[in-house]
Design a protein around this ligand. Structure first.
Ligand code: PLP
Length: 243
């Protein structure tokens, strides 16, 4: 009990700090704080830690692996919402459609087609984001920007997917300003997609612990925050799976 309370206290303090950062970035850019949704990235953290975050009122959580989510999600309150934010293999689509209310990491047309088929099998419609590899990093998944525009009509035609917007991960840097051109490009691409589709796309998912302020200044509607809320991820698994 004592330990749970201690975790809760640390999370509450971290959450206050994150909310202050969001508010300040919103003030600087003439936005209201409720225009930015905070996702708690809970990958590698045990269910008890996620439960402590949920007890603080957080509702949206991000996981990057289907296998881990399959074990974790059933142990947590059913009112929580979960998004997949990591690369998805086609053979895991069926599980993903059952577990997640959105897949933010749709990075190819075959994957989109398989997701649509799996959603159809479950008689549901799946909201998705298209993950864009703006900086063209070889180590990252995601569409090239021109591929997004070229494939948009085909993805939009898939019967059981709903495109809600775009997602990106900026290249790692200790200087958040390095992410600004990446976020600005994603926002510009987002507008081009809206124009092509002739409809507004509500979600621009960009910004993490180190660069959330810059992302908000550049128009993020959803930020994905792990370390600033939960602290460092458990080391063993972090090494196994990148940052
Ligand atoms: C891990 C992860 C995050 C969170 O990163 P932090 O730097 O810990 O905030 C955000 N987005 C994606 C896609 C991730 O994999």
């Amino acid at each position: 009990m004592f330990e749970v309370n201690l975790v809760g206290m640390v999370l509450a303090e971290n959450l206050d700090c994150i909310r202050a950062r969001i508010t300040q970035a919103c003030e600087r850019s003439g936005r209201t704080p409720d225009s930015v949704e905070l996702m708690a990235v809970s990958k590698y953290h045990p269910p008890a830690t996620v439960a402590a975050a949920a007890a603080l009122g957080l509702q949206l959580f991000g996981e990057n692996r289907v296998q881990e989510a399959r074990l974790k999600i059933p142990q947590l309150p059913s009112r929580l919402r979960w998004h997949l934010i990591g690369h998805l293999q086609s053979n895991k689509c069926r599980d993903a459609v059952g577990l997640f209310s959105m897949v933010q990491s749709v990075d190819s047309l075959p994957l989109a087609e398989e997701l649509s088929r799996c959603a159809d099998n479950r008689a549901k419609t799946l909201p998705i984001l298209l993950e864009v590899n703006i900086a063209g990093e070889a180590s990252k998944f995601g569409w090239k920007p021109d591929q997004v525009l070229a494939s948009l009509a085909q993805i939009n035609a898939l019967p059981k997917l709903e495109i809600h917007g775009l997602m990106t991960i900026a290249p790692y840097s200790t200087d958040p300003e390095r992410a600004r051109p990446v976020f600005r490009s994603l926002h510009a691409l987002h507008r081009q997609c809206e124009q092509q589709l002739g409809a507004p796309l509500p979600v621009l998912s960009m910004g993490m612990s180190g660069d959330m302020e810059v992302a908000i200044e550049e128009g993020a509607t959803l930020i994905r925050v792990g370390t600033a809320l939960f602290g460092e991820r458990p080391r063993l698994q972090r090494n196994a799976d990148g940052p």
